[in-house]
Write a protein that binds this ligand. Structure first.
Ligand code: FAD
Length: 652
């Protein structure tokens, strides 16, 4: 077919024309083989500019178009639409970037910039000559979402997606939804009771007609791709038929076996058959075989005998549930940095050196002390309490380099609430610097310092040890340079926030990326913060990085709106500019399979060749660069096209 290419050189006001001689560029291109029409215009993206393109396509019978203008990220879609309206296949409309990659970087070098612009455009002309007419790939889609993790972020995402009219499967691995927020006493900066704002949402998520809530379940396997995931969910054996159970609590009451309560962070005991906390959703028990006398000794069996509805079943085994979904939101949350790593603070050695979540439980009205701040060692009310920020965080030499973001605020809350409860107590707050970025956060901190007399000391702690029934805290005030020694009754560690330990394993199963610390990686830190690089996966809450509740909730709503936007279409449409494998030359070495970051390249065992799954490929080109036989090629960016583009660039 004879190629008749149109070239449209944009002035972009003076952005391009101030540096590049646009008339000379248009004239030079008019003489290039295959170019049937070449012109320049002040603003190509404007309505008259787009009309110029449309009219020229019709008038000159153009088979391809180059708009020499700004970056394709800005206006590629605009000009593709204009081309389509004029009857040209949209994939035969290309952008030559002569602004960001030419005029802006060569200001004051008019001659060189002009020559470069000519070369850049000529190379795109050579590309367009070999561009295929392509159509977007359409993939059927299941309009149903999976949300993994039932903390506040997962709950919010599930509710928003369900309220947008789509079915949701919400999978939580513990016996109840709620996550860490359910453990909190009151929440900064407004001091609302955490349970009061969270429990209505927990109930709502369990009763929503569009949400299937699966607690005490974990993801076993995920296959498929955006729009068409197949998920295997392991329903862990609770040894209680939770559909039959009425939640009367008799089994828990009579169970003779006790162990540390995870919900109470080890500050109280729970039974072997238990509901994690009184407001748990669902409010039905699970049996922990590891601590159950029947499972460990063969004796007991009280819970089974006493259950009025025969819900206890010692023979119960794990069950695999299969679900089909089109999108997956991952909201697996955070954990605290393991206390065992912090020997220098006496953590794990002295009972009155507590973690921040333990202190939350001591402050909570539903906690082990009914909301009274009492020392774990002897139940006494502590009169001198030291609060330490950055324990494990911002310490690249010994622990983690990053800021855990929420500790400055929650320790301020802790110190403030302690003072509200123990009026004659003294709260010492050690900080590197107090970070209070957030609405009302700075005012909250000022209130703690000015109205509640929390003593803020800029400094670090070197050692904590027990002496005469007190915790001796050694530190330095880095503002005055003086040494500090405090005889404290209790020390609260603002431990670093780390990703859930199992998050990396789950991310592996889901084929999504994590950063070096194990937090889930977003597709773009600024422009695509709630999406994973892998299509169809969305991120919510502290699984992506340390976050407070407002941030976790807004990110969850953001992820939910992305899912709703995906589901707004009947089918999933994606760019066809992706990789393909020439089966005739493929040697079956599988290098492409190993380098593909999206798992889009797969091996066909029968034909012994590799294949690209069109619905998954993102067109990144990794397989093409790696393929030793050149069998992997990118549509509309083949080796031949690249060769011609480079050749055109080198010609003057
Ligand atoms: P999480 O609460 O961690 O929930 C994650 C959920 O996912 C959990 O239920 C978990 O069991 C589940 N899960 C994990 N892995 C899997 C899996 N593989 N499969 C299925 N389910 C899984 N923020 C405030 O705004 N105000 C405060 O006052 C405040 N106080 C705080 C006090 C302390 C001591 C701490 C440590 C944090 C505090 N925060 C506060 C921060 C707050 O806890 C978080 O912002 C919030 O809990 C994040 O919610 P999330 O849903 O992202 O994570």
């Amino acid at each position: 077919m004879e190629q008749r290419i149109g070239v449209f050189v944009c002035h972009c006001g003076s952005n391009i024309a101030g540096t590049v001689d646009v008339k000379r560029v248009a004239d030079a291109l008019a003489k290039h083989p295959g170019v049937a029409y070449s012109t320049d215009y002040t603003y190509m993206c404007s309505d008259p500019g787009q009309s110029l393109v449309k009219e020229a396509i019709a008038e000159h019978g153009l088979t391809g178009v180059i708009v020499a203008a700004c970056s394709p990220t800005l206006h590629e879609a605009t000009f593709r639409r204009a081309g389509t309206v004029a009857g040209l296949n949209q994939y035969r409309v290309e952008i030559a970037n002569i602004r960001e990659q030419c005029s802006w970087v060569h200001q004051g070098e008019k001659e060189e910039a002009t020559r470069k612009a000519i070369r850049v455009i000529k190379s795109m002309v050579e590309k367009v000559k070999l561009d295929e007419s392509l159509e977007p790939i359409s993939v059927p889609m299941t309009h149903r979402a999976l949300v993994v993790g039932g903390g506040v972020a997962g709950i919010q995402a599930a509710l928003d997606i369900a309220n947008a009219g789509h079915d949701v499967v919400l999978v939580e691995r513990s016996p109840s939804v709620g996550g860490h927020m359910a453990q909190l006493s009151e929440t900064f900066p407004t001091l609302d009771c955490s349970q009061c704002i969270l429990t209505p949402k927990m109930v709502e998520v369990s009763q929503h007609p569009r949400i299937k809530l699966l607690t005490y379940c974990e993801i076993d396997d995920v296959s498929g791709y955006v729009g068409n995931f197949k998920v295997k969910i392991r329903k862990k054996s609770a040894y209680v038929d939770r559909d039959v159970c009425t939640g009367c609590g008799l089994c828990t009451e009579k169970c003779p076996a006790k162990t540390d309560s995870e919900f109470e962070e080890g500050l109280a005991k729970r039974k072997a058959i238990y509901t994690p906390f009184p407001q748990a959703v669902p409010n039905k028990p699970v049996l922990d075989a590891e601590h159950c006398l029947y499972f460990q000794t063969g004796k007991c069996g009280i819970c089974q005998k006493i259950c009025p509805v025969d819900a206890v079943d010692y023979e119960m085994v794990d069950e695999i549930i299969e679900e089909e979904v089109g999108a997956i939101v991952v909201a697996t949350g955070y954990d605290l940095y393991p206390i065992a790593n912090l020997g220098e603070f006496g953590a794990g050695k002295y009972p009155d050196v507590v973690t921040s979540l333990q202190f939350e439980r001591l402050l909570s009205a539903s906690g082990p002390t009914g909301g009274e701040v009492r020392r774990p060692s002897d139940g006494e009310i502590p009169k001198e309490v030291v609060f330490l920020t950055c324990v494990g965080s911002r310490d690249p030499e010994n622990h983690l380099p990053y800021c855990s973001k929420v500790c400055c605020m929650y320790l301020t809350k802790h110190a403030m609430l302690y003072k509200h409860k123990v009026h004659d107590g003294q709260a010492y707050y050690f900080y590197i610097d107090v970070r209070t970025g957030g609405k009302g956060y700075e005012e909250f901190y000022q209130r703690a310092a000015e109205e509640d007399d929390v003593l803020y000391i800029r400094g670090r702690i070197s050692k904590i040890f027990e002496e005469d029934g007190k915790l001796t805290v050694w530190g330095v005030d880095t503002l005055t340079g003086s040494k500090i020694e405090i005889a404290a009754d209790m020390v609260v560690l603002g431990l670093a926030t780390v990703p859930n330990p199992a998050a990396a394993e789950l991310a592996n199963k889901l084929r999504i990326h994590t950063d070096e610390w194990g937090f889930l990686t977003e597709a773009h830190p600024k422009l695509r913060p709630v999406e994973s690089l892998a299509p169809g996966f969305y991120l919510a809450g502290a699984a992506q990085g340390p976050k407070d509740i407002p941030e976790a909730v807004s990110q969850a709503s953001g992820a939910a709106s992305k899912v709703a936007a995906l589901f707004a279409e009947e089918e999933y449409h994606r760019e066809p500019v992706i990789a393909w494998i020439n089966e005739d030359t493929c040697a079956g070495c599988r290098v492409c399979v190993s380098v593909c970051p999206y798992d889009a390249a797969e091996f066909d065992d029968e034909k012994k060749v590799a294949r690209i799954q069109e619905a998954i490929c993102e067109g990144c080109g990794a397989c093409i660069a790696a393929c030793p036989s050149g069998s992997a090629q990118q549509r509309n960016l083949t080796d031949e096209q690249i060769y011609k583009m480079v050749t055109a660039t080198l010609e003057d």
